[in-house]
Design a protein around this ligand. Structure first.
Ligand code: DOR
Ligand code: ZN
Length: 454
């Protein structure tokens, strides 16, 4: 590193600031288009984006024929620590994230014990600070006893998660008045994400089929819960984010309700777009997820409704192989998603179902905007230097046994998918180079939420 000479008073030698890294010759993917531009990273930030940038002394990265994307942001991840580190922990989840091009994750609260108090939020943030290699935020889980707590913790959490139907863990708010009270007691600036499957409806269909999860948790359970949430949002006049919508009817209902309530948003998971209930029958335990994979006609409808969806999230939900192979009826629901997210969306781009700009909107710009994440979600001056350098050509076969996650399977195992991450920087630090992860546990940071915290 160059050294500045000692000052007139003989002060200690101070290092001249590092001139940073210049990525040149590549194409930057923005929400508005793909632009030929160079990117200058300085410290943890992007200093400049423009054509023919010249930065004397900067390290140079040749990005000819490569795409430059903002690091992906996954607002729906189950890290599992504390409580089930045998399934995943902060180190493995965040290494999986980085390996998949994801530089920020938001962690769900359905741990054992669940993240439902100030003490448990702080305990989780301590574990994350020790283990995380990518940036992160955590949700508070809603219970009957913690109405109003999200407001108190607004500076420490990224949002409140409400479970209207039973799934992994014990969190459940199957009472409309409690849902409504949580909506009223949580400041509009703090996102509320809802797992929308109606508990009474789930009970009505439970056990309908020994092999078909979609029959045990049919679309009507999701559609009914989404209708209840939208009614509560209208009554409370505040926005809500509906997690993992799995049917086109939910998307249409959310879109229609946007005329009456500001801030109604929804996410879709790759598995609900790329897999069907018919696939699930073939996949056994690895095809089991809540909400379930849906019949092909609904999946096609979900693709048609995609322009009305705000963002894509994985619902990365690792379990041990034993918990996936113990018989369909009792197998755990969910599977890892962080390391298949980007290749699946690149497949959609290749198939003409998505543009690169829309991919960046769905996986980076919209998550940052909707969750108020300061400095995230765009390759632009002043933003964090979270950058994926991507070779969109080539194919590779999905091999979960080589993934960073502790989960040892995926419904996408064996799929041949496009693209290769050449390099990845998280806040300016090179974390992935030629397929090799080089990160330290604890180098991730909590996200900063911008805007009013009340
Ligand atoms: O399939 C799922 N798995 N859906 C959920 O809602 C929770 C998740 C998990 O935590 O295992
Ligand atoms: Zn989930």
């Amino acid at each position: 590193m160059p050294i500045r000479p000692a000052g007139p008073l003989g002060t200690a030698l101070t290092p001249v600031s590092d001139p940073g890294t210049l990525i040149h010759g590549g194409s930057v993917v923005t929400t508005r288009g793909v632009l030929r531009a160079d990117v200058h990273m300085l410290g943890e930030r992007i200093a400049a984006v423009g054509t023919d940038l010249s930065v004397p002394g900067a390290a140079s990265v040749d990005a000819t024929d490569l795409l430059i994307l903002p690091g992906l942001i996954d607002v729906h991840v189950h890290v599992r620590e504390p409580g089930a580190s045998e399934k995943e922990d902060w180190q493995t989840a965040t290494r999986a994230a980085l390996a998949g091009g994801v530089t920020t994750i938001l962690d769900m609260p359905n741990n054992d014990p669940p993240t439902v108090s100030a003490a448990r939020v702080r305990q989780k943030l301590t574990l994350a600070a020790q283990g995380a290699a990518c940036d992160y935020g955590v949700y508070l889980g809603a219970t009957a006893d913690n109405v109003g707590l999200a407001a108190e913790l607004a500076g420490e959490i990224v949002g409140l998660k409400i479970y209207l139907g039973s799934t992994t863990g014990s969190l459940l708010t199957d009472d409309w008045s409690l849902l409504y009270r949580h909506l009223c007691a949580t400041p509009a600036s703090l996102p509320i994400a809802v797992h929308a499957e109606d508990e009474q409806c789930l009970r009505a269909f439970a056990g309908s089929s020994p092999v078909d999860h979609n029959r045990n948790r049919p679309p009507v359970c999701a559609e009914l819960a989404t209708a209840h949430v939208l009614a509560a949002a209208r009554a409370a006049q505040r926005g809500v984010h509906i997690a993992h919508v799995s049917t086109p009817a939910e998307v249409m209902a959310i879109a229609a309700a946007r005329r009456q309530v500001l801030g109604l948003t929804c996410e879709v998971c790759p598995h609900h777009l790329f897999l069907t209930a018919e696939d699930a029958l073939r996949l056994g335990g690895w095809g089991k997820v809540n909400p379930p994979l849906r019949p092909g006609a609904l999946v096609e409808g979900l693709w048609q409704a995609l322009p009305l969806v705000d963002l894509v999230a994985t619902d990365h939900a690792p379990h041990t192989s034993a918990q996936k192979h113990c018989g369909y009826a009792v197998a755990a629901a969910g599977f890892p998603g962080l390391e298949s997210l980007l290749p699946l969306l690149l497949l959609a781009v290749r198939d003409g179902r998505l543009t690169l700009s829309r991919l960046v909107e769905l996986t980076a710009a919209a998550p940052a905007r909707l969750f108020h994440l300061a400095g995230k979600g765009s390759v632009a001056p002043g933003y964090d230097a979270d950058i994926v350098l991507l070779d969109p050509t080539g194919e590779s076969v999905v091999r979960p046994e080589r993934w960073q996650t502790k989960a040892r399977g995926s419904p996408f195992a064996g799929w041949s998918l496009p693209g290769r991450i050449v390099r990845l920087w998280r806040r300016g630090e090179l974390c992935l180079d030629a397929g090799e992860l080089q990160v330290t546990a604890g180098s991730g940071r909590p996200v900063r939420r911008e805007g009013p915290l009340s």
